[in-house]
Design a protein around this ligand. Structure first.
Ligand code: GDP
Ligand code: ZN
Length: 316
């Protein structure tokens, strides 16, 4: 009708059949998308995602439709399966990611961490590494943990040592969430739900209850939600986002997503050096001189091997 209103807002919930949009005026509107709605260039079963800035049309009858999606600075997708070309967008416009890891109970491998970091680089999402369960470690584990913090801080990833259980360090994390859309990731068991509970006690998400809630008759494959945090930030903890895919990385690209390897590779003799056996490889030299850590180099080779074998292995 002619008497409709156009508003701008942020998509904060996607149920698979409708979207919850928080308008710039601060109101909440349930929106549908038009049947013929397609986002240029992207084939998706679900073209709108949490984090999208959208324009909506409010009709007089009280119905609302998403009319336009603003350009995204980034987005993460999930394929329905490895074989399927179908994919859907899980979240858009992420400002950062909090990767929650543990050095024990259970141990998060450096291979996993490095894969995650490399794929986040490819998606241009900055990552903070949260080392959780600091209360539970013995001296050896703490020494190893501090070594990892030293390693990843030097490369450029902010690191935090916390205990979601005792609350140590949690305020620092809360501070980092202000004004940003943050994705929480990590293996199950590392204490992600406990940490989110500590950040949002008023939400009262009992440990493990987020996923139970998600499974309650919703379109579980597309459901996603952002939770507001004090200071105008949002957090996303969607089951199914365990990492970013690495499937679309070219072999010669992988080194670009290891910042210290990329930096060293400027001095390799060959332009297309894969940093394995080539003579005059500055990366291997840097590993020998301990400027690049062996675990990082091993993760790099590991990703390269997977790529060669044509394997798709997600970051988890
Ligand atoms: P999630 O699978 O990552 O969501 O992990 P949960 O939050 O469910 O936690 C898994 C287990 O680790 C639970 O038994 C928690 O009580 C425990 N846990 C979580 N955070 C900490 C922590 O900081 N210290 C210790 N000691 N245990 C923790
Ligand atoms: Zn090289």
């Amino acid at each position: 009708s002619q008497l409709s209103t156009i508003l701008r807002g942020l998509v904060i919930k996607n149920t698979g059949s409708w979207y919850l949009v928080k308008t710039d005026e601060g109101t909440y509107v349930e929106c549908k998308i038009k049947g013929n709605f397609r986002l240029k260039g992207i084939r998706s079963t679900n073209p709108v995602a949490v984090g999208d800035h959208v324009q909506i049309i409010l009709n007089q009858e009280g119905t609302a439709f998403i009319n336009e999606i603003e350009d995204r600075k980034n987005y993460i997708i999930r394929r329905s399966s490895n074989l399927s070309k179908q994919s859907h967008i899980l979240a858009a416009n992420l400002d950062q990611c909090m990767l929650v890891v543990t050095v024990n109970y259970p141990e998060t491998s450096t291979t996993f961490i490095d894969r995650f970091l490399a794929s986040a680089e490819a998606y241009r999402v900055p990552v903070n590494i949260i080392f959780n369960k600091a209360d539970a470690y013995n001296e050896d584990e703490l020494r190893y943990l501090n070594g990892l913090i030293n390693l990843y801080t030097t490369i450029g990833y902010p690191c935090f040592k916390i205990s979601a259980k005792t609350g140590e360090g949690v305020d620092t994390i809360k501070e980092k969430l202000k004004g940003k859309i943050t994705l929480f990731s990590g293996h199950s068991g590392v204490g992600k739900s406990t940490l989110i509970n500590a950040i949002l006690p008023e939400l009262d998400i009992k440990t493990g209850a987020i996923s139970a809630y998600h499974n309650k008759g919703m379109h579980t494959t597309t459901f996603s939600e952002m939770f507001p945090v004090p200071g105008d930030g949002y957090i996303i903890d969607t089951p199914g986002i365990k990492g970013f895919g690495t499937f679309d990385m070219e072999e010669e690209e992988i080194g670009h997503y290891f910042p210290e390897i990329f930096k060293a590779s400027a001095d390799c003799r060959y332009n297309n050096c894969t940093h394995r056996h080539e003579p005059g490889c500055a990366v291997r030299e840097a590993v020998e001189q301990h400027y690049i850590s062996e675990s990082r180099y091993a993760s790099y080779l590991n990703m390269l091997e997977d790529k060669e074998e044509g394997k798709y292995r997600a970051a988890y």
